[in-house]
Design a protein around this ligand. Sequence first.
Ligand SMILES: Cc1cc2nc3c(=O)[nH]c(=O)nc-3n(C[C@H](O)[C@H](O)[C@H](O)COP(=O)(O)O)c2cc1C
Length: 138
Amino acid sequence: MKAMIVYSTKAGKTEKVAKAMGEQLGITPVNVIYKPIVSDIDVLFVGSGIYYGTVSEEIQLFLDTLRVDAAKKIVLFSTSQIGKDVLVELREELLDKGFAVSNKSFHCKGKFIYFNFGHPNAKDLRNAADFVKEITNG
Ligand SMILES: Cc1cc2nc3c(=O)[nH]c(=O)nc-3n(C[C@H](O)[C@H](O)[C@H](O)COP(=O)(O)O)c2cc1C
């Protein structure tokens, strides 16, 4: 099973989550700014912080140019001040384009100004590792 993690971060919270996921899977997550080439991947984890109600421009561009056959399955994750509704919308958008997107996604709180202080915390990172374990075993 070949897994890959591509993420976008502005202040490091999503990167922390991506790294916890990568450690669990024994792979190094790739920051989207390095324009990763995705080919022949079984599970592609794609994560972003949420900014003004949506994922980063870089992740949007990455997904806009991703070939439908580059990965057998996409799994979304995010960190943000509030819920994961954005991922629900993004999943719908990707399904419409023909991607296979898992109905499971991972979200955890990310510190923002005075909110969610300390997040992602150790428990969030454990949850992230457990999540990828569950996805890749199942
Ligand atoms: C400019 C900016 C806009 C943001 N907009 C939202 C938002 O619309 N909804 C939300 O839930 N969180 C919002 N946040 C909070 C971030 O999603 C949260 O801090 C996230 O963990 C950032 O991830 P990062 O550290 O990987 O960039 C925003 C943060 C910034 C800096």
